[in-house]
Ligand binder design. Structure first.
Ligand code: SAH
Length: 432
């Protein structure tokens, strides 16, 4: 099988029906100059003519002069005799010809194609199946699914300094199933993966052994790799010619400093792609059964990190507040909310390790939330949700009976005092 570069080459397409429409669209998209010979045109081909991207000769095929200067002929008139005559003329003049009426007889064939875009250009696979186009199509679909799931190693084998790239991939809240397909495709192209603590780290085990993993994850109480250093790692690796995936927790642009990483790459003229992720701000409450908006309960929500922004936030229970990195300073944050005017009776929840093993939801009225969280030994990573929507959580009904009493039963974590600092202690650095 051959691959042909048809950029700026003349292709003559005889016939203007549905088969032509698909193939001609493809040829035009690949940069070929296409002339269609047909008394009628499909709507799709008309659009291309109107856009000036296709020449149209509005009459039936009139013999060999119609093929003059063509590098390739495509015939799909719906009439086998006409297609046969076009194919015979093409052969006489030694022009390759795809004959849609007799696909396995033409001098050229159109394989079924699968393609995946990568930062280094598309990777394409062509399938033929001994004259059985539907079989080829079925195989193509399976290959395409596999490519788009990132199941295949797509790394460049010819890397050159200066041709590196960075992809900031939002990994979602940690569960592998919430990493996007685009994220997986890019991981399949990566030479280096720079990973956060709260990213879906399970996918690292699926990478080829020689993919380098740089762990910039931060553990509570340990010194984090400073953001400037992370930016530098991304830029240095890309300038050395590597494909770099920066695998982040949640969405790169939601309290994730993805904007800074992008700007650092741009400043160094490193190509950078940003892939959205499922943010914990929405998905972690959802995992606990809490929709951040719900008809009749809340129409809007705000995502904040801690107490500093609280005074300027809406105070009604119909406006949901979502607090990230908020466990260590929960007591201060709650106090600030109540001081700003939010009711101490407002429903509230702390959802720890959302969508991960050991997910736990603790609910309370806002005024009691900090005590309740301390009793159960709530720890980061956790999302705090405040607003009427919390009543949608199954835990709300379940824990409702004990909401205003003290703790109902000791939790495994609170029986181990070493595992969590008291919430009134100086705040340790929070997970990012
Ligand atoms: N960019 C991320 C947020 C980074 S800030 C996003 O869009 O999700 C880190 C904070 O996210 C944590 O302190 C915690 O509040 C929250 N978080 C991330 N993953 C979490 C998870 N699986 N469960 C609970 N909270 C999580």
């Amino acid at each position: 099988m051959l691959g042909l570069d048809l950029t700026d080459k003349l292709v003559v397409a005889v016939g203007g029906g549905p088969v032509s429409t698909g193939r001609v669209g493809d040829l035009v998209a690949r940069g070929a100059r296409v002339r269609v010979i047909s008394p009628q045109l499909s709507a799709g081909l008309h659009e291309l003519v109107d856009a000036g991207r296709l020449d149209w000769v509005a009459r039936p095929y009139a013999g060999p002069p119609d093929l003059l200067d063509a590098w390739l002929v495509h015939t799909a008139t719906g009439d086998g005799a006409v297609d046969g005559a076009v194919a015979a003329d093409a052969t006489t003049y030694r022009i390759w010809c795809i004959n849609a009426s007799a696909a396995d007889e033409g001098t050229a064939r159109t394989p079924a194609r699968a393609s995946v875009p990568t930062p280094d250009g598309p990777v394409e696979v062509a399938v033929t199946a001994s004259g059985d186009p539907r079989r080829a199509g079925a195989v193509r679909r399976q290959i395409e699914a596999s490519l788009s799931r990132g199941d295949m190693d797509l790394r460049r084998r010819r890397a050159r300094p200066g041709t590196g790239w960075v992809a900031l991939v939002g990994g979602g809240p940690g569960a592998e199933g919430l990493l996007t397909l685009r994220g997986r495709q890019l991981l399949a192209c990566a030479d280096v993966v720079v990973v956060d603590r709260l990213a879906p780290r399970g996918v690292l085990a699926q990478l080829p052994e020689d993919v380098r993993v740089v762990d910039v994850g931060k553990d509570v109480g340990f010194h984090a790799v400073p953001q400037e250093r992370i930016n530098q790692i991304l830029v240095d690796e890309a300038l050395a010619g590597h494909g770099v995936v920066r695998l982040k927790g949640g969405d790169p642009y939601v309290l994730g400093r993805g904007g800074e990483e992008r700007l650092a790459c741009e400043a160094a003229a490193v190509p950078v792609e940003v892939v959205a992720g499922v943010t914990s701000a929405i998905s972690v409450p959802a995992a606990a059964g809490i929709p951040v908006t719900h008809r009749g309960l809340a129409r809007s929500f705000t995502v904040v990190t801690g107490h500093d922004q609280v005074p300027s936030l809406p105070t009604g229970a119909d406006h949901t507040l979502v607090v990230l990195m908020g466990v260590a300073r929960l007591r201060d944050t709650v106090a600030a909310m109540i001081a700003a005017g939010r009711s101490a009776d407002c429903p509230a929840a702390v959802v720890e390790r959302g969508l991960l093993p050991g997910q736990r939801t603790t609910v309370a009225k806002l005024g009691e939330l900090a005590d309740r969280a301390a009793e159960v030994g709530a720890r980061s990573p956790a999302v705090v949700v405040i607003g009427s929507v919390v009543t949608m959580a199954p835990e709300w009904s379940r824990q409702a009976s004990s909401l205003s009493s003290t703790v109902s039963s000791p939790s495994p974590l609170s029986s181990n005092p070493g595992s969590a600092p008291p919430l009134s202690a100086p705040a340790p650095p929070e997970d990012r």
